[in-house]
Design a protein around this ligand. Structure first.
Ligand code: SF4
Length: 268
């Protein structure tokens, strides 16, 4: 099946860049060390993962939550057409732009999410312009991509996303300000986090069962192992599919109608 959304990964048109370009460190997310620019030993010759159905059981949960936002097929098809992942020199070059394209694609995804909100005309126009500018950057050639000031671009876009989030949450009284907070392992069962600013917060293994996270801004929050059973995430802002996959939940977790409930979540 060909994926038509340019912001959605299409592994069939990629050269397994996520399994070759980055380095892995042995730990909770990956069961082995792997240097950058080398193929994971689980990668098959047909560019498919040999343990895909049992990644979690075999100690590779990090692979299940990785999302390239379509960067893989873009680099493979447009930036370096015909790239051979067995060529170490080529892979080294590609490794200098793949993270750039991924970062830009993620920003495009977030801008798209912001544009879906009901916003004042001037902010909507600024987001539309940012969307166009990001698309132009992604479509640039290898050298331009390599020179992209990712940090500056991210800061500029994040300013717009913050304003969009503030506007979306304007009806919430005094939402919790937890930007960048370390809430790893925290007991937040049943908490009122409606409209909370949880941008880049660590929710690693946090117990959020039954929490009210409606309109919470979850940009970049680390949700690995967070327990979302029975939590209400309707309207949560900038919540990516990968963040949901990284967490656990169940049939009682309330999501927006268009959100995809991860397969590994329990039925009850
Ligand atoms: S375990 Fe599978 S998905 Fe993960 S990096 Fe290796 S080949 Fe890729």
């Amino acid at each position: 099946m060909t994926v038509t959304d340019p912001l959605q990964a299409d592994c069939g048109r990629c050269a397994a860049l996520c399994c070759t370009v980055p380095a892995f460190s042995r730990g909770a997310d990956f069961a082995l060390d792997k240097p950058a620019g080398t193929a994971c030993p689980n990668l098959r010759e047909d560019d498919r993962c040999g343990i895909h159905p049992v990644l979690r059981e075999r100690g590779f949960p990090g692979c299940t939550v990785y999302d390239c936002f379509g960067a893989g097929q873009h680099v493979t098809q447009h930036v370096w057409p015909g790239l051979d992942r067995h060529d170490g020199a080529v892979l080294h070059q590609v490794g200098t732009v793949f993270p750039v394209v991924r970062a830009l694609q993620e920003l495009r995804w977030l801008v798209r999410a912001a544009r879906a909100l009901a916003l004042p005309a001037d902010l909507a126009a600024e987001l539309a312009a940012a969307d166009d500018a990001l698309a132009r950057r992604v479509d640039a050639g290898f050298e331009e991509l390599r020179e992209t000031p990712v940090g500056a671009v991210r800061a500029e876009v994040n300013g717009l996303l913050t304003r969009a989030g503030e506007h979306a949450r304007r009806g919430v009284g005094s939402p919790s300000q937890l930007r960048g907070a370390d809430l790893a392992g925290a007991d937040l069962r049943g908490s009122d986090l409606r409209g909370a600013v949880l941008r880049w917060a660590s929710l690693l293994g946090a117990d959020l069962r039954g929490a009210d996270l409606r309109l919470a801004d979850l940009t970049g929050a680390d949700t690995r192992g967070a327990r979302l059973h029975g939590a209400d995430l309707r309207g949560a802002l900038f919540l990516t599919p990968a963040q949901l996959v990284a967490a656990t939940g169940d049939a009682a977790t309330r999501l927006d109608d268009d959100a995809v409930r991860p397969e590994h979540w329990t039925a009850a």
